[in-house]
Write a protein that binds this ligand. Structure first.
Ligand SMILES: [Zn+2]
Length: 289
């Protein structure tokens, strides 16, 4: 039987962070009529059971921030999933939600954290029983949950179809991997890495310009913030400055340990205060030239 003890925490009224054993966080927004699940994790244990039996008995929809295997690895355990059209297909070997990717990623996190978790990788990381129905989710789409509305906003950069979400009841920005201290720039969005960085900068500036709509930012990994606690509010503006400095040639580069390597490899990052940017594949320093 799959593991049903996935930790979760209601950090604001009707707003839950679900911690998939330090791999990734999913979020659940529960309104007076309906609920919305944001991301479905790497697919460890039985998230669907936890959502339906421990978090809410209301009808709910499922939407995802982007198409990486740590965020949509559990997709095949749900029937219908909203995703931005640009992220609808993921055939990239390094990030697609295959059972191999899911097992490899979970093993990396277990090794990195050095903890015992309540799941058994052999039993709890199962192949999908079916392919879900993927439904297109466009910029500005509003999920009306009754007493609260959650709006999806397009924010490409980390992936071509990354979405962030704003809950109007609690003024919370739920930003997937669009904003992280350890931020990964997707280098396949445009013909050059410079153009990819420009697209990301513009997208993040738009979300930053909406800051009167939110007072807390939650990214979907909690390794640079406490579980249930918001991200340092400087991270989003610092990420924007870091991208600006990367583009105008004034950013500082540094070689740091790669947290996702299992053989002690390092990677080059562009650094500004508490934010560092690396290129998904290749060195950001070489790629930006
Ligand atoms: Zn990602």
């Amino acid at each position: 039987m799959a593991c049903k003890t996935i930790p979760f925490y209601e950090f604001r009224p009707g707003l839950f962070e679900i911690d998939e054993f330090d791999c990734v966080s999913s979020f659940m927004v529960v309104g007076s009529e309906r609920a919305l699940l944001l991301d479905v994790g790497t697919g460890i244990g039985d998230l669907k059971w936890v959502v339906e039996n421990r978090i809410t008995d209301k009808p709910y929809q499922v939407a995802v921030s982007h198409n990486h295997g740590d965020h949509i690895g559990g997709a095949g355990f749900f029937d219908e999933i909203f995703i931005h059209p640009a992220d609808m297909d993921n055939t990239d070997e390094g990030t697609a939600p295959t059972t191999e990717f899911r097992k490899r990623y979970a093993a990396l996190i277990r090794k990195r954290e050095g903890k015992y978790y309540a799941y058994d990788p052999d039993i709890d990381i199962r192949p999908w029983p079916h392919e879900p129905t993927w439904k297109p989710l466009e910029d500005g789409h509003v999920f009306d949950l009754g007493n609260r509305k959650v709006t999806a906003w397009y924010c490409p950069g980390h992936t071509a179809g990354e979405l962030v979400f704003i809950d109007d009841l609690t003024h919370t920005l739920l930003c997937g991997d669009a904003c992280n201290c350890n931020w990964l720039l997707n280098t396949t969005l445009a013909p050059t890495v410079r153009e990819c960085a420009e697209i990301s900068l513009k997208a993040l500036q738009r979300i930053w310009a909406m800051r009167n709509q939110y007072d807390a930012v939650y990214n979907f990994h909690h390794d640079f913030r406490g579980f249930g606690s918001p991200l340092n509010p400087d991270v989003l503006p610092n990420l924007i400055i870091c991208l600006e400095k990367l583009l105008d040639g004034t950013v500082e580069f540094k070689e740091i340990p790669d947290a996702l390597s299992d053989n002690g490899a390092t990677k080059t990052v562009a650094l500004y205060q508490d934010v560092f940017i690396s290129a998904m594949g290749g060195s950001i320093r070489e790629e930006i030239q």
